[in-house]
Design a protein around this ligand. Structure first.
Ligand code: BLA
Length: 514
């Protein structure tokens, strides 16, 4: 490795992946000093592509590689160049067999970067506008986030032909879940599988925020070093953040091998300046995708990012509407069933207390009677929980996603009640409405292949999806999916309204009795 400390599985956040001093071999690289415009570094494989060794190119200007008209075309771009790459098609006269190249140019870290990718045809077919138009139409029309994700993976798979295209969405703790996928029929599904945050270390996430697409066409490649490895002007390896050919972390390459993935392409999905998720594409064999198609995929990623908040809003509005509707139906049941039978009103007809928002089960605890709905702890266990609540939960509406973390006795009921909302009835203290959510791990099904991890380093973190999943499971043990603010609001509202209704009915009964 270039820099001091050896990288292990437990310090991968510190691997300097932006300065690998090497590239992937599906193209070659020239680094020009931005002031002298002379070549200061070249990848060691230039002979293969450009017919001249890296050593012979150092110190030269572009005339050594390009014909005058082509050189002029390239140099005309230099002044406008920033970190955002620009594409230029060029023809290299002297090299037999591979005359056509795309040069991907950008300026960064004092260097003009020229990355050469060979192409077989002089003109790659441009992105098909009608197709793109239709794809955008579908993405726009999606009425839920999941539908939106599904359209997106379908489009990306149709465009690129990867064996598997998935959307991997991050949670607040930076772990992630596969929420949509399009794949070859014979591959095992990944849908619903979770991975821990450590599978994509911090510095890699920071880079994917700057750079919308990461492409690794052959995970089995041998890295090609830069010659020389350090930029002679700065004395250090150049920052390859925006270089498409940037060599990949050996740790990640091993992960890909263990995953059975020979090629990957990842598109960033960004919301409000944060990585929301990634489209991850996998292929069982090496797969080269043209720069234009990769650009098109970036465009789709940006479109997704631009539309995402509006889709989330649609989802939220829809869910809030459902909650409000069901709440008012529930209040009606309670009003109709009156004072003495208000428990029936909460439990007998759809929507019951359990149906108002997403949960695994619910319970009404009233005057020592416990009525349960759906998946709940046993009445005895609920009684124990009530004792704990009275001693420890002062709030009118208490909530947790990990009861076991607060009370060891919670371990026993984690499969139904890792998450709890407890609303103490306003007019009848000591009586509760309860909602339960199961331990998250139990709501996940793992359908992975039986891949055998080759690496069991550190005895802790293992480099394979299945092992990663096990690691994620340990992190979320005894924890439910989070309660959303609108669910907690709904519980508060129900608490107040139920008490209101009960008081009203009680007063009416009293009036009638007079
Ligand atoms: C990068 N890890 C990545 C990337 C993904 C994942 C998508 C982006 C690069 C790529 O396109 O392959 C992880 N890929 C996944 C996950 C899914 C997927 C979770 O398809 C689920 C569907 N990785 C580890 C550990 C380390 C690690 C333990 O598992 C560190 C010790 C490192 N992952 C790591 C590094 C990169 C990476 C360093 C950056 C690679 C690069 O861009 O050079």
């Amino acid at each position: 490795r270039l820099l001091g400390t050896p990288i292990t599985l437990t310090n991968c956040d510190r691997e300097p992946i932006h300065i690998p001093g090497a590239i992937q071999p599906y193209g070659c690289l020239l680094c020009l000093d931005e002031y002298t415009r002379r070549i200061v570094q070249a990848s060691a494989n230039t002979a293969t592509y450009l017919g001249q060794s890296a050593e012979s190119l150092i110190g030269a200007d572009l005339s050594q590689v390009l014909a005058p008209d082509q050189q002029a075309k390239v140099e005309a771009l230099f002044d406008t160049l920033g970190a955002a790459p620009q594409l230029l098609g060029v023809r290299l006269d002297p090299v037999a067999g591979r005359p056509y190249f795309k040069i991907i140019l950008h300026r960064y870290d004092g260097v003009l970067w020229l990355e050469f990718e060979p192409v077989d045809q002089p003109e790659a077919s441009p992105p098909d506008l009608p197709f793109l138009n239709a794809a955008m139409g579908q993405m726009l029309a999606a009425s839920t986030v999941l539908e939106f994700c599904q359209h997106t993976v379908d489009q990306v798979r149709a465009i690129t032909g990867f064996d598997r295209v998935a959307i991997y969405r991050f949670a607040a703790d930076e772990s992630g879940e596969v929420v949509a996928e399009a794949k070859r029929d014979d591959l095992a599904p990944w849908l619903g599988v979770h991975y821990p945050a450590s599978d994509i270390p911090q510095q890699a996430r920071a880079m994917y925020l700057k750079n919308w697409l990461r492409f690794i066409p052959d995970a089995g490649y041998a890295p090609v070093p830069l010659v020389p490895v350090r930029n002679p002007v700065t004395g250090r390896p150049p920052d390859m953040t925006y270089a498409v050919l940037r060599s990949v972390s050996p740790i990640h390459l091993e992960y890909l091998r263990n995953m059975g993935s020979a090629a990957t392409m990842t598109i960033s999905l960004i919301q409000n300046g944060k990585l929301w998720g990634m489209v991850t594409c996998h292929h069982l064999s090496p797969r080269l995708i043209s720069y234009e198609l990769r650009d098109l995929c970036q465009f789709i990623g940006k479109t997704f990012s631009a539309l995402l908040s509006s889709k989330e809003q649609l989802d939220d509005t829809e869910y809030q509407l459902r909650i409000t509707e069901r709440q008012s139906e529930l209040f009606e049941h309670v009003t109709v069933s009156g004072q003495t039978h208000f428990v029936d009103g909460l439990c007998q007809h759809f929507p019951t207390l359990q149906d108002v928002f997403d949960c695994g089960g619910a319970a009404v605890c009233f005057n020592d009677e416990i009525t349960t709905l759906g998946a709940t702890p046993t009445p005895d266990q609920i009684r124990e929980l009530l004792g704990w609540l009275q001693a420890h939960a002062a709030e009118d509406v208490f909530s947790t996603t990990s009861y076991a973390a607060l009370n060891p006795a919670g371990l026993e009921i984690r499969s139904t009640a890792s998450g709890i909302i407890a609303a103490s009835l306003a007019d009848a203290p000591g009586n509760y409405l309860l909602w339960f959510r199961p331990e998250q791990v139990r709501t996940v099904t793992w359908a992975g292949q039986n891949e055998k991890p080759q690496t069991l380093a550190d005895g802790q973190i293992f480099l394979s999806p299945r092992q990663s999943f096990e690691a994620w499971k340990q992190l979320v043990e005894n924890t439910s999916a989070p309660w959303r603010p609108m669910e907690l609001e709904a519980a508060k509202e129900i608490r107040l309204r139920i008490s209101d209704i009960r008081l009203k009915v009680f007063n009416e009964l009293q009036d009638r009795a007079r």
